[in-house]
Structures are given as structure tokens and as C-alpha cells.
Design a binder for this molecule. Structure first.
Ligand code: NAD
Length: 394
């Protein structure tokens, strides 16, 4: 085990990324300083054709997901995003198009722009409307992958807005409804947040499946095991085995979550399954983006995120700081509940992410060797030399 700074470029695919003091190895993982990672991923997207501002926005948001512990929505996505650009599935430099608008509503076409870009533009428009009228709704369709949805509640909270975000994933059929084996939807995330003056907002953000697909992939590769109800197999039995999602993967091929005979389970039995259904109603149907699929489809629908967001400007509800005081008092009350296990602790939503962020700012972002090799391969793909990779990391 090497727990010092690494200087073996050969283990990184031979294009650098190893000699920098911002990369080290410990416990079988690679740790990359978050700011260095952000710089590297930013340069990769710039080389791939994004302008500098957008490239660094994408890099900042992906790195931010890793910092908060949501690796499945972080820099791991770099290579896939580049492939999407190449395939014309997602485009740099897009501006949202407002198709219908009133004082409190905007129906928006994201035109397959990067989610990090059209998501931000959408939230900024919604917040501006809510600050003028008290409340507002944005309905975003055809967005590129919107990443970690908590980003959008945090952005709204910066402008003193509480918000709710309901998201579907058109074209992704990997989740079975409660009581079913066949897939009818996706991991469709739900997110809600409230601002706290002088303190981080409280944000709850989760997929409406028992586990996100990225976690099933990790388990498939022998990583952290899944809970016993994560999937349903072809015979209708709950299982922690991820293979019913992927089927048999031929050697050398990437496991395909659309290929297996089973599915991921929706979380929370019938209640969570119903919430998953409503992500399709709001994020898919009401936005105009389209549901994951529907009867009459002959092929797979084009991948995109749809997001329905509701913004509430706190200042429109209260003249004084009553809301802030009530929220603070309730957080204290919540956290003071007696733990169910000796030494246990009660957390509020978002607290785990903030703790992980504080730790990872110090330790660097932990990545399996394969994931780091993938990022270096992405750098190589866009023509970066080893020296350029090391310069970005320094
Ligand atoms: P998760 O299961 O880790 O749940 C996260 C939520 O639970 C957070 O709000 C967290 O603060 C809270 N939480 C965690 N542990 C807690 C504890 N001990 N006590 C109290 N609260 C606790 O998240 P997930 O379902 O794996 O989702 C991961 C990410 O994937 C999310 O950011 C989501 O937006 C994203 N996602 C995106 C898409 C997309 O299409 N863009 C699809 C699916 C998921």
C-alpha cells in the first residue's frame, strides 16, 4: 500500500496525473484534491468544445457531488458526458428557450443543453419570478443530465427561496413499480430545500428507487453490498444481487442496466412507488418532457431530464425572521430525539453531505483506481498530454 503522494504515472494509463502533490494513494483508493480535480475536469470540457465558463461550471458541479459523497453523480460522469457530446445527445453553449410564460410560470425547453447550464438558467429565472411574486413554477423539459438535484435547491436557497424539485428521466427504464417485476420508470429524484439565514440551507435530495443505479454498478463490481430489497429478480423475489438489472455481461463489455430480466425496486414500498409515479407526472408529463416511456412507444425514448420546480420566497410569507427562528428551533428539537442505538445520532437532511464535504476537502476525493483511470482516459481522449494533466492538477 502506498499512502504517500504517488509518482507512478504508468498506473494512471501513462498520461500523467500521478506526479502531482494533489494526488495520493491510500487504502487501495486514489485521493485527488477537490480543487485540482475541478481544474482538470474543467480543462477536459474546455478541450471538448465547451467555452471556459461552461466547462468550469460543469467541473464545479460534478466535483461538488463528489465532495458531498454522491460519487455516482460526480466526476465519474466525465467520460459519459463526452460521449454524449460526441453522439449529439447533449450540446454545449445552449440557452433555455421560454416557450410559455406568465408572472409566476415559465415552461422551458432546455434544448438538450448541459444540465449544469440549463438547470442553472432555469432556477435563476424561477427565483427571479418568486422574488417578484412570492411564488413561481418552472417546468423544464429536454434538459441534459441535471446531476445532483440538491444543487438546484441550494441555488434557490441562496436567494432566500424554499423550493421543491421533481425530476424524471425520460428514456431510462430501470425501476419496477411496487408489486411488479417489469420496469416502468427510473430512479427519478425528489428534492426539497429551505434557506437558513447565516447557516447552510436544509436540503433533502434522493432517488425514488431503493438505490441509485450507480450503487448497483458498484455492487456488481464487488463493492459495497446492496440492501436485500434493492432489486426484484425475474421471479419476483426481492434481492440484493445486482445481476437481475444487468443480465449477463459479455466479457469486455460495459454492464447495461437496460439488459437484465429484473429491475431496481422503488423505495418505500407502495408509498415510495407512488412518489416515483408522480415524478413522471410532474417532471415528465406536466413539463412536456415526456414520461420514461408510454404505451405505443416502439423504441427507447431519447434520454433527458425533465424537472418541475416550485419556488417560495420566504420574505413573501413573513415580514420578520419568524421562519428562520422556527426552522432553527425545529432542527434542534429534531436532533435532540433520543437515538435508537447507543452512540447513535439523529441528523437533519443534508447534514451528512456537509460532513462529508468537510472531510473530503481535507482528505481529497476518494476514487477507485478504475474511476481515476477513466478520467485520465477522458483527458487523453480530448488530446491532453501528461504534462498538461499534471499542470491542471498542480
Ligand atoms: P441517498 O440515498 O444517499 O439519500 C440522500 C438524502 O438522504 C440526503 O438528503 C441526505 O442528507 C439524507 N440522509 C442520508 N443519510 C441520512 C441520515 N443518516 N439521517 C438523515 N438524513 C440522511 O441518495 P440517493 O438516492 O443515492 O441519490 C443520490 C443523488 O443522485 C442525489 O443527489 C440525486 O439528486 C441524484 N440523482 C439524480 C438523477 C438524475 O437523473 N439527475 C437520478 C437519480 C438520482
Amino acid at each position: 500500500m502506498n499512502d504517500g503522494n504517488c509518482s507512478d504515472a504508468a498506473t494512471n494509463g501513462g498520461i500523467g496525473g500521478g506526479a502531482s502533490a494533489t494526488v495520493r494513494r491510500a487504502d487501495g483508493q486514489v485521493y485527488v484534491d477537490a480543487r485540482a480535480m475541478e481544474r482538470l475536469v474543467g480543462v477536459i470540457f474546455e478541450r471538448a468544445g465547451c467555452d471556459a465558463e461552461e466547462a468550469h461550471r460543469i467541473a464545479w458541479r460534478l466535483t461538488g457531488a463528489n465532495l458531498r459523497g454522491h460519487d455516482s453523480h460526480g466526476v465519474l460522469r466525465t467520460r459519459r458526458y463526452l460521449e454524449w457530446m460526441e453522439d449529439g445527445a447533449v450540446f454545449p453553449g445552449r440557452r433555455i428557450e421560454v416557450e410559455r410564460e406568465t408572472g409566476v410560470l415559465a415552461v422551458i425547453d432546455g434544448d438538450y443543453g448541459f444540465g449544469q447550464t440549463v438547470g442553472e438558467q432555469t432556477v435563476d429565472l424561477g427565483v427571479a419570478k418568486a422574488r417578484e411574486h412570492g411564488v413561481a413554477v418552472t417546468a423544464l423539459k429536454n434538459a441534459g443530465h441535471l446531476g445532483r438535484i440538491g444543487d438546484w435547491a441550494e441555488r434557490a436557497a441562496e436567494s432566500d427561496c424554499a423550493s421543491i424539485h421533481m425530476v424524471n428521466v425520460r428514456g431510462s427504464l430501470i425501476v419496477a413499480p411496487y408489486g411488479a417485476i417489469e420496469r416502468r420508470g427510473s430512479t427519478s429524484p425528489f428534492c426539497a430545500g429551505v434557506p437558513r439565514p447565516g447557516a447552510p440551507p436544509i436540503v433533502h435530495d434522493f432517488a425514488t428507487s431503493v438505490v441509485a443505479e450507480g450503487k448497483a454498478m458498484v455492487a456488481l463490481h464487488g463493492g459495497k453490498p446492496l440492501p436485500g430489497d434493492a432489486l426484484v429478480d425475474a421471479d419476483g423475489n426481492d434481492t440484493s444481487d445486482p445481476r437481475p438489472l444487468y443480465g449477463e455481461t459479455p466479457p469486455g463489455r460495459t454492464p447495461d442496466p437496460h439488459a437484465g430480466p429484473g429491475a431496481l425496486n422503488a423505495f418505500g414500498l407502495h408509498k415510495g412507488s407512488g412518489l416515483n409515479f408522480f415524478m413522471e407526472m410532474f417532471g415528465g408529463a406536466l413539463t412536456g418532457s415526456g414520461t420514461a416511456a408510454a404505451l405505443g412507444d416502439t423504441g427507447k425514448r431519447r434520454f433527458c431530464n425533465g424537472m418541475l420546480s416550485i419556488y417560495m420566497h420566504v420574505g413573501a410569507f413573513h415580514d420578520d425572521d419568524w421562519f428562520a427562528r422556527e426552522v432553527s428551533a425545529y432542527v434542534e428539537y429534531w436532533k435532540a430525539a433520543r437515538p435508537s442505538r447507543p452512540g447513535g445520532e439523529v441528523l437533519v437532511p443534508g447534514e451528512k453531505e456537509r460532513r462529508t464535504m468537510a472531510e473530503r476537502r481535507e482528505s481529497g476525493l476518494p476514487l477507485p483506481e478504475g474511476a481515476w483511470a477513466d478520467i485520465l482516459a477522458a483527458a487523453e481522449k480530448v488530446g491532453m498530454s501528461g504534462g498538461e494533466v499534471d499542470a491542471a492538477l498542480s
